[in-house]
Ligand binder design. Structure first.
Ligand code: X90
Length: 280
C-alpha cells in the first residue's frame, strides 16, 4: 500500500484486544453501566471489580457503544484506516463507526477508511484483525484488502457456550423465552453467531463436559478442518484448555490461542462463558 502511508488498524473493545504487535492499533471502547458505576472497556478496566459490582447490583444494567468522537480518536491521523466492528444487528457500534468514517473522509479527502460489519464479535473479530495485519504486511492494495477481508469473513465463524443469557435478555437482545430455558442450573447453551449477526442457540447441554464435546462437534459439523482457532473466556480457562485438547488431538498442527474476555464480552457472556472464533 506504500510504506510512506500511515495505516491504522481499528476495532472495538468487544474484540478483547488491547494491542497488536508491530501495528498501529486502537480499539474504540464500549461501556458497561451498572447503576451509578460506569466501566469503560479500555486497557485500564478493572474486570474483577466490574464482575463483583455486577453480582451485587440488583437494579438495571446496560451497555453503550462508542460515540462518533470515540471512533475519530481511534482513527488518529492515519492515511488509511482498516478494521472491523461488532455485529450491527446487536449494537450501534458499527453505525457510529460509519458516521465517523464519513466525517473523517469529508475532512481529509485524501484519506481512506474501511470498517467491516463483522456480523460477529469477540474472537472472530480477532481473526479478522489478524488477517488485516497479514495483508498490510504483504503490502496488498487497499481495494484488494477490502474485498479479501469480506471473502475471508465468509469462512470464519463464532460459536459459544453460555451458562446464562440474563444480560442478553435484560437488554432485549435475545428472545426472553430462549433466555429463560438457560437459567436452569447446570444447563449450558451452545450456539453460534447467525448469518445475520444475531445470537442463535443450537443445543442445550447438561453440564460442562457435555457442552465442551457439543461445541467441538458443532464446529466440525460447520466445516472446521484444522484452521485457526481463537478462544476467549470469562473465568473458564478449564473449558478453553479442554476444548483445545480435543482440537489438537484431531488436528495436531492447528493454530489455537486462548485469552480472557474483557468488559463488554464478559458482561454478555457472563461467568463461565466461552467464545470460539474459527476458520472453516
Ligand atoms: O452497543 C452495545 O451496547 C453493545 C451490545 C452488544 C451485544 C452483544 C454482545 C455479545 C458479546 C456474547 C456471546 C456471543 C454472542 C454472539 C452473537 C453474535 C458476546
Amino acid at each position: 500500500m506504500g510504506f510512506d502511508l500511515k495505516i491504522q488498524l481499528v476495532t472495538d473493545s468487544s474484540a478483547n484486544l488491547t494491542y497488536m504487535a508491530h501495528s498501529n492499533f486502537s480499539a474504540a471502547a464500549l461501556r458497561v453501566i451498572i447503576g451509578v458505576d460506569e466501566f469503560t472497556d479500555n486497557e485500564s478496566i478493572d474486570l474483577p471489580a466490574m464482575m463483583q459490582t455486577l453480582k451485587q447490583h440488583k437494579g438495571k444494567t446496560s451497555t453503550a457503544c462508542p460515540s462518533v468522537e470515540d471512533w475519530l480518536k481511534a482513527f488518529g491521523d492515519a492515511d488509511v484506516v482498516l478494521g472491523a466492528a461488532i455485529t450491527s444487528n446487536l449494537s450501534g457500534c458499527y453505525n457510529s463507526a460509519m458516521i465517523a468514517a464519513q466525517e473523517y473522509m469529508d475532512k481529509h479527502p485524501d484519506r481512506k477508511v474501511f470498517i467491516l460489519d463483522s456480523l460477529s464479535t469477540g474472537p472472530e473479530l480477532e481473526l479478522l484483525m489478524e488477517r488485516f495485519q497479514e495483508m498490510i504486511s504483504q503490502d496488498i492494495p487497499f481495494e484488494e484488502i477490502c474485498a479479501e477481508i469480506k471473502e475471508y469473513s465468509s469462512h470464519t465463524h463464532l460459536q459459544f457456550s453460555l451458562e446464562s443469557l440474563e444480560n442478553f435478555a435484560r437488554n432485549g437482545r435475545v428472545n426472553p423465552a430462549v433466555a429463560k430455558a438457560v437459567g436452569v442450573l447446570g444447563i449450558r447453551i451452545v450456539g453460534r453467531a447467525s448469518d445475520v449477526g444475531t445470537l442463535e442457540p443450537m443445543h442445550k447441554c447438561r453440564g460442562e463436559k457435555k457442552a465442551i464435546q457439543c461445541l467441538y462437534d458443532s464446529m466440525l459439523a460447520a466445516g472446521y478442518n484444522g484452521g485457526k482457532v481463537r478462544i476467549a473466556h470469562t473465568n473458564n480457562l478449564k473449558f478453553a484448555t479442554a476444548l483445545t485438547s480435543l482440537l489438537t488431538a484431531s488436528f495436531p498442527n492447528c493454530d489455537i490461542s486462548i485469552r480472557e474476555n474483557r468488559g463488554l464480552c464478559s458482561y454478555y457472556a457472563e461467568n463461565g462463558g466461552v467464545l470460539v472464533g474459527y476458520e472453516a
